[in-house]
Write a protein that binds this ligand. Structure first.
Ligand code: HPA
Ligand code: ZN
Length: 336
Protein backbone atom coordinates (compact mmCIF):
# COMPACT_ATOMS: atom_id res chain seq x y z
CA UNK A 1 0.00 0.00 0.00
CA UNK A 2 1.59 3.29 -1.03
CA UNK A 3 1.80 6.00 1.57
CA UNK A 4 3.64 9.28 1.77
CA UNK A 5 7.26 8.71 2.66
CA UNK A 6 7.98 9.60 6.29
CA UNK A 7 9.28 13.13 6.73
CA UNK A 8 12.35 13.22 8.90
CA UNK A 9 13.34 16.39 10.78
CA UNK A 10 16.72 17.84 9.76
CA UNK A 11 18.07 17.36 13.30
CA UNK A 12 18.21 14.24 15.47
CA UNK A 13 14.90 14.45 17.37
CA UNK A 14 14.68 14.02 21.15
CA UNK A 15 13.29 10.66 22.29
CA UNK A 16 9.70 11.25 23.37
CA UNK A 17 6.28 9.71 24.00
CA UNK A 18 3.24 10.74 21.97
CA UNK A 19 0.21 10.76 24.29
CA UNK A 20 -2.42 12.64 22.28
CA UNK A 21 -2.79 11.21 18.81
CA UNK A 22 -6.02 10.25 17.04
CA UNK A 23 -5.14 7.46 14.63
CA UNK A 24 -7.90 8.62 12.27
CA UNK A 25 -6.20 12.03 12.30
CA UNK A 26 -3.08 10.51 10.74
CA UNK A 27 -4.89 9.71 7.48
CA UNK A 28 -2.74 11.53 4.93
CA UNK A 29 -4.26 12.50 1.56
CA UNK A 30 -2.09 9.96 -0.30
CA UNK A 31 -3.29 7.07 1.83
CA UNK A 32 -6.90 8.35 1.76
CA UNK A 33 -6.92 8.21 -2.06
CA UNK A 34 -5.19 4.82 -2.13
CA UNK A 35 -7.73 3.34 0.30
CA UNK A 36 -10.63 4.99 -1.59
CA UNK A 37 -9.49 3.21 -4.74
CA UNK A 38 -8.94 -0.10 -2.96
CA UNK A 39 -12.43 0.02 -1.46
CA UNK A 40 -14.33 1.55 -4.39
CA UNK A 41 -15.18 4.67 -2.36
CA UNK A 42 -15.59 7.97 -4.22
CA UNK A 43 -14.19 10.99 -2.39
CA UNK A 44 -15.72 14.42 -3.02
CA UNK A 45 -12.26 15.68 -4.06
CA UNK A 46 -10.65 15.11 -7.47
CA UNK A 47 -7.02 15.25 -6.34
CA UNK A 48 -4.86 15.20 -3.22
CA UNK A 49 -4.26 18.93 -3.68
CA UNK A 50 -8.02 19.58 -3.81
CA UNK A 51 -8.37 17.69 -0.55
CA UNK A 52 -5.47 19.58 1.03
CA UNK A 53 -7.16 22.87 0.15
CA UNK A 54 -10.08 21.81 2.41
CA UNK A 55 -7.70 21.82 5.43
CA UNK A 56 -8.60 25.33 6.49
CA UNK A 57 -10.57 25.29 9.71
CA UNK A 58 -12.43 27.94 11.69
CA UNK A 59 -13.00 25.88 14.85
CA UNK A 60 -13.13 22.30 16.16
CA UNK A 61 -16.43 21.45 14.44
CA UNK A 62 -15.26 22.57 10.99
CA UNK A 63 -12.32 20.17 11.36
CA UNK A 64 -14.46 17.33 12.71
CA UNK A 65 -16.76 17.53 9.66
CA UNK A 66 -13.86 16.68 7.32
CA UNK A 67 -12.25 14.25 9.78
CA UNK A 68 -15.43 12.11 9.96
CA UNK A 69 -16.15 12.40 6.22
CA UNK A 70 -12.69 11.14 5.21
CA UNK A 71 -13.02 8.07 7.44
CA UNK A 72 -15.38 6.62 4.77
CA UNK A 73 -12.26 5.11 3.15
CA UNK A 74 -11.49 2.98 6.25
CA UNK A 75 -13.41 -0.27 5.87
CA UNK A 76 -11.32 -3.40 6.43
CA UNK A 77 -8.88 -4.76 8.99
CA UNK A 78 -6.10 -4.17 6.44
CA UNK A 79 -7.11 -0.48 6.16
CA UNK A 80 -6.76 0.05 9.91
CA UNK A 81 -3.48 -1.87 10.00
CA UNK A 82 -2.08 0.16 7.08
CA UNK A 83 -3.21 3.44 8.69
CA UNK A 84 -1.52 2.62 11.99
CA UNK A 85 1.64 1.29 10.33
CA UNK A 86 1.99 4.46 8.24
CA UNK A 87 1.68 6.54 11.42
CA UNK A 88 4.27 4.45 13.27
CA UNK A 89 6.78 4.83 10.41
CA UNK A 90 6.41 8.61 10.62
CA UNK A 91 6.48 8.63 14.40
CA UNK A 92 9.79 6.78 14.42
CA UNK A 93 11.35 9.50 12.24
CA UNK A 94 10.12 12.04 14.78
CA UNK A 95 11.85 10.44 17.76
CA UNK A 96 8.67 8.87 19.15
CA UNK A 97 9.69 5.90 21.30
CA UNK A 98 6.25 5.23 22.80
CA UNK A 99 2.77 6.09 21.46
CA UNK A 100 -0.59 6.01 23.26
CA UNK A 101 -3.05 6.04 20.40
CA UNK A 102 -6.71 7.14 20.42
CA UNK A 103 -9.34 5.58 18.20
CA UNK A 104 -13.02 6.48 17.73
CA UNK A 105 -15.01 3.22 17.46
CA UNK A 106 -18.40 4.95 17.08
CA UNK A 107 -17.17 6.79 13.98
CA UNK A 108 -16.72 3.36 12.37
CA UNK A 109 -19.57 1.30 13.82
CA UNK A 110 -21.98 4.08 12.70
CA UNK A 111 -20.83 3.30 9.12
CA UNK A 112 -21.33 -0.44 9.56
CA UNK A 113 -17.70 -1.32 10.31
CA UNK A 114 -17.66 -3.69 13.31
CA UNK A 115 -15.58 -2.69 16.32
CA UNK A 116 -13.70 -6.01 16.04
CA UNK A 117 -12.49 -5.04 12.56
CA UNK A 118 -11.14 -1.76 13.93
CA UNK A 119 -9.44 -3.22 17.00
CA UNK A 120 -7.98 -6.24 15.20
CA UNK A 121 -6.62 -4.08 12.37
CA UNK A 122 -5.04 -1.50 14.68
CA UNK A 123 -3.72 -4.26 16.96
CA UNK A 124 -1.99 -6.00 14.08
CA UNK A 125 0.12 -2.89 13.43
CA UNK A 126 0.62 -2.09 17.11
CA UNK A 127 1.66 -5.65 18.00
CA UNK A 128 4.39 -5.45 15.34
CA UNK A 129 5.44 -1.88 16.23
CA UNK A 130 8.31 -2.78 18.53
CA UNK A 131 9.83 -5.11 15.98
CA UNK A 132 9.12 -2.99 12.88
CA UNK A 133 9.64 0.52 14.28
CA UNK A 134 11.16 0.17 17.76
CA UNK A 135 8.09 1.85 19.29
CA UNK A 136 6.04 0.63 22.25
CA UNK A 137 2.33 1.37 22.07
CA UNK A 138 -0.97 1.50 23.97
CA UNK A 139 -4.50 1.86 22.62
CA UNK A 140 -7.06 4.31 24.07
CA UNK A 141 -10.73 3.92 23.11
CA UNK A 142 -12.54 7.28 22.90
CA UNK A 143 -16.26 7.91 23.22
CA UNK A 144 -17.79 10.61 21.01
CA UNK A 145 -19.16 13.15 23.48
CA UNK A 146 -21.69 14.54 20.97
CA UNK A 147 -23.29 11.08 20.87
CA UNK A 148 -25.49 9.91 23.75
CA UNK A 149 -24.38 8.41 27.06
CA UNK A 150 -26.26 5.24 26.04
CA UNK A 151 -24.25 5.02 22.83
CA UNK A 152 -21.04 5.20 24.89
CA UNK A 153 -22.35 2.42 27.16
CA UNK A 154 -23.24 0.26 24.14
CA UNK A 155 -19.79 0.90 22.69
CA UNK A 156 -18.12 -0.13 25.94
CA UNK A 157 -20.13 -3.38 26.04
CA UNK A 158 -19.25 -4.09 22.38
CA UNK A 159 -15.58 -3.56 23.26
CA UNK A 160 -15.57 -5.99 26.21
CA UNK A 161 -14.13 -8.89 24.16
CA UNK A 162 -11.17 -6.63 23.24
CA UNK A 163 -10.42 -4.96 26.58
CA UNK A 164 -7.16 -6.89 26.92
CA UNK A 165 -5.89 -4.74 24.02
CA UNK A 166 -7.17 -1.44 25.40
CA UNK A 167 -5.34 0.50 28.14
CA UNK A 168 -7.66 3.43 28.71
CA UNK A 169 -10.87 5.16 27.71
CA UNK A 170 -11.06 8.75 26.50
CA UNK A 171 -13.60 11.36 25.45
CA UNK A 172 -13.39 13.41 22.26
CA UNK A 173 -15.34 15.19 19.47
CA UNK A 174 -17.39 18.41 19.84
CA UNK A 175 -16.80 19.65 23.39
CA UNK A 176 -19.07 22.62 24.09
CA UNK A 177 -22.49 21.50 25.33
CA UNK A 178 -21.25 17.96 26.05
CA UNK A 179 -19.75 18.08 29.55
CA UNK A 180 -17.85 15.17 31.09
CA UNK A 181 -20.68 14.66 33.63
CA UNK A 182 -22.72 13.06 30.80
CA UNK A 183 -20.33 10.07 30.84
CA UNK A 184 -20.00 9.22 34.55
CA UNK A 185 -21.55 5.79 34.22
CA UNK A 186 -19.38 4.51 31.38
CA UNK A 187 -16.20 5.82 33.07
CA UNK A 188 -17.20 3.99 36.25
CA UNK A 189 -17.56 0.76 34.25
CA UNK A 190 -14.20 1.34 32.56
CA UNK A 191 -12.48 1.86 35.90
CA UNK A 192 -14.12 -1.29 37.32
CA UNK A 193 -12.71 -3.14 34.29
CA UNK A 194 -9.21 -1.93 35.24
CA UNK A 195 -8.82 0.67 32.52
CA UNK A 196 -7.13 4.05 32.90
CA UNK A 197 -9.20 7.15 32.14
CA UNK A 198 -8.43 10.31 30.17
CA UNK A 199 -10.71 12.98 28.65
CA UNK A 200 -10.45 15.95 26.32
CA UNK A 201 -11.40 18.97 28.41
CA UNK A 202 -10.66 22.69 28.30
CA UNK A 203 -9.86 22.80 24.56
CA UNK A 204 -12.91 24.81 23.43
CA UNK A 205 -14.87 24.03 26.59
CA UNK A 206 -14.53 25.92 29.88
CA UNK A 207 -12.34 25.21 32.90
CA UNK A 208 -15.49 23.80 34.57
CA UNK A 209 -15.25 20.81 32.21
CA UNK A 210 -11.72 20.12 33.47
CA UNK A 211 -13.06 20.08 37.05
CA UNK A 212 -15.78 17.63 35.98
CA UNK A 213 -13.27 15.36 34.23
CA UNK A 214 -11.21 15.27 37.44
CA UNK A 215 -13.97 15.01 40.03
CA UNK A 216 -16.74 13.13 38.19
CA UNK A 217 -14.78 10.94 35.76
CA UNK A 218 -11.65 10.50 37.88
CA UNK A 219 -9.31 10.94 34.93
CA UNK A 220 -5.59 10.19 35.10
CA UNK A 221 -4.77 12.81 32.44
CA UNK A 222 -6.44 15.78 30.79
CA UNK A 223 -6.22 16.07 26.99
CA UNK A 224 -5.60 19.68 25.91
CA UNK A 225 -6.67 21.50 29.11
CA UNK A 226 -5.23 24.82 27.95
CA UNK A 227 -8.23 26.73 29.33
CA UNK A 228 -7.35 25.61 32.88
CA UNK A 229 -5.35 28.84 33.11
CA UNK A 230 -8.64 30.73 33.43
CA UNK A 231 -9.10 29.23 36.91
CA UNK A 232 -6.33 29.65 39.51
CA UNK A 233 -7.80 27.09 41.88
CA UNK A 234 -7.94 24.55 39.08
CA UNK A 235 -4.29 25.14 38.21
CA UNK A 236 -3.38 24.64 41.88
CA UNK A 237 -5.31 21.37 41.92
CA UNK A 238 -3.67 20.09 38.70
CA UNK A 239 -0.22 21.00 40.03
CA UNK A 240 -0.82 19.47 43.48
CA UNK A 241 -2.08 16.19 42.00
CA UNK A 242 0.53 16.15 39.22
CA UNK A 243 -2.22 15.63 36.63
CA UNK A 244 -0.61 15.55 33.18
CA UNK A 245 -1.96 17.75 30.37
CA UNK A 246 -1.49 16.60 26.77
CA UNK A 247 -1.16 19.90 24.93
CA UNK A 248 -1.26 20.06 21.11
CA UNK A 249 0.22 23.39 19.92
CA UNK A 250 -0.19 23.10 16.12
CA UNK A 251 -3.74 21.79 16.62
CA UNK A 252 -4.56 24.77 18.86
CA UNK A 253 -3.46 27.17 16.12
CA UNK A 254 -5.25 25.36 13.27
CA UNK A 255 -8.51 25.09 15.26
CA UNK A 256 -8.22 28.71 16.45
CA UNK A 257 -8.00 27.83 20.14
CA UNK A 258 -5.10 30.30 20.11
CA UNK A 259 -4.63 33.09 17.55
CA UNK A 260 -0.94 32.59 16.98
CA UNK A 261 1.64 30.06 18.12
CA UNK A 262 3.67 32.94 19.57
CA UNK A 263 0.72 33.55 21.99
CA UNK A 264 0.40 29.91 23.02
CA UNK A 265 -0.01 29.44 26.81
CA UNK A 266 2.56 26.61 26.93
CA UNK A 267 5.25 28.73 28.68
CA UNK A 268 2.68 30.00 31.21
CA UNK A 269 1.60 26.42 31.86
CA UNK A 270 5.19 25.33 32.45
CA UNK A 271 5.82 28.33 34.70
CA UNK A 272 2.73 27.42 36.74
CA UNK A 273 4.33 24.05 37.47
CA UNK A 274 1.90 21.97 35.39
CA UNK A 275 3.00 18.58 34.07
CA UNK A 276 2.69 19.57 30.41
CA UNK A 277 3.44 17.41 27.37
CA UNK A 278 3.55 18.36 23.68
CA UNK A 279 1.65 16.23 21.16
CA UNK A 280 0.32 16.24 17.61
CA UNK A 281 -3.45 15.44 17.90
CA UNK A 282 -4.36 14.98 14.20
CA UNK A 283 -1.05 15.49 12.41
CA UNK A 284 -2.28 14.80 8.86
CA UNK A 285 -4.65 17.76 9.24
CA UNK A 286 -2.70 20.17 11.43
CA UNK A 287 0.63 20.32 9.65
CA UNK A 288 2.97 18.39 11.87
CA UNK A 289 3.85 15.22 13.74
CA UNK A 290 5.36 14.99 17.24
CA UNK A 291 8.77 16.54 16.68
CA UNK A 292 7.32 19.11 14.29
CA UNK A 293 5.30 20.35 17.29
CA UNK A 294 8.47 20.48 19.43
CA UNK A 295 10.29 22.45 16.72
CA UNK A 296 7.34 24.80 16.19
CA UNK A 297 7.09 25.74 19.88
CA UNK A 298 10.87 26.08 20.12
CA UNK A 299 10.89 28.55 17.24
CA UNK A 300 7.68 30.46 18.04
CA UNK A 301 8.10 30.63 21.81
CA UNK A 302 11.89 30.63 22.08
CA UNK A 303 12.03 27.52 24.28
CA UNK A 304 15.56 26.50 25.18
CA UNK A 305 17.08 23.03 25.01
CA UNK A 306 16.49 22.37 28.70
CA UNK A 307 12.77 23.16 28.38
CA UNK A 308 12.45 20.86 25.37
CA UNK A 309 14.09 18.12 27.42
CA UNK A 310 11.63 18.79 30.26
CA UNK A 311 8.75 18.37 27.79
CA UNK A 312 10.21 15.09 26.51
CA UNK A 313 10.81 13.92 30.08
CA UNK A 314 7.22 14.84 31.01
CA UNK A 315 5.93 12.73 28.13
CA UNK A 316 7.43 9.58 29.63
CA UNK A 317 6.39 10.56 33.18
CA UNK A 318 2.80 11.11 32.02
CA UNK A 319 2.59 7.85 30.04
CA UNK A 320 0.88 4.64 31.11
CA UNK A 321 4.14 2.70 30.74
CA UNK A 322 5.25 0.13 33.31
CA UNK A 323 7.95 1.52 35.61
CA UNK A 324 10.79 -0.54 34.14
CA UNK A 325 10.18 0.63 30.55
CA UNK A 326 9.60 4.20 31.71
CA UNK A 327 12.96 4.18 33.51
CA UNK A 328 14.69 2.81 30.40
CA UNK A 329 13.25 5.60 28.22
CA UNK A 330 14.15 8.28 30.79
CA UNK A 331 17.71 6.98 30.82
CA UNK A 332 17.79 7.04 27.02
CA UNK A 333 16.66 10.68 27.14
CA UNK A 334 19.22 11.60 29.81
CA UNK A 335 22.08 10.17 27.77
CA UNK A 336 20.81 11.56 24.45
N1 HPA B 1 -10.66 17.59 19.88
C1 HPA B 1 -11.77 16.85 20.05
N2 HPA B 1 -12.03 15.76 19.35
C2 HPA B 1 -11.14 15.37 18.43
C3 HPA B 1 -9.98 16.09 18.22
C4 HPA B 1 -9.73 17.26 18.99
O1 HPA B 1 -8.72 17.97 18.86
N3 HPA B 1 -9.32 15.42 17.23
C5 HPA B 1 -10.05 14.34 16.89
N4 HPA B 1 -11.17 14.31 17.62
ZN1 ZN C 1 -7.52 15.34 20.44
Amino acid sequence: MPSNSPSAPAHRPLPKAELHLHIEGTLEPGLAFALAERNGVTLPYATEDDLRRAYSFSDLQSFLNLYYALMAVLRTEDDFADLADAYLARAKEQGVRHAEIFFDPQAHTARGVPIGTVVRGLSRALDAAEENHGITTRLIMCFLRDESADSALETFEAARPYLDRITAVGLDSAEVGHPPSKFREVYELARQAGLKCVAHAGEEGPAAYVWEALDLLGVDRIDHGVRCLEDERLVARLVADRVPLTVCPLSNVRLRVVDDLADHPLPAMLDAGLLVTVNSDDPAYFGGYADDNFTAVRDALGLDEETLRTLARNSFLASFLDEETRAAYLKELDTF
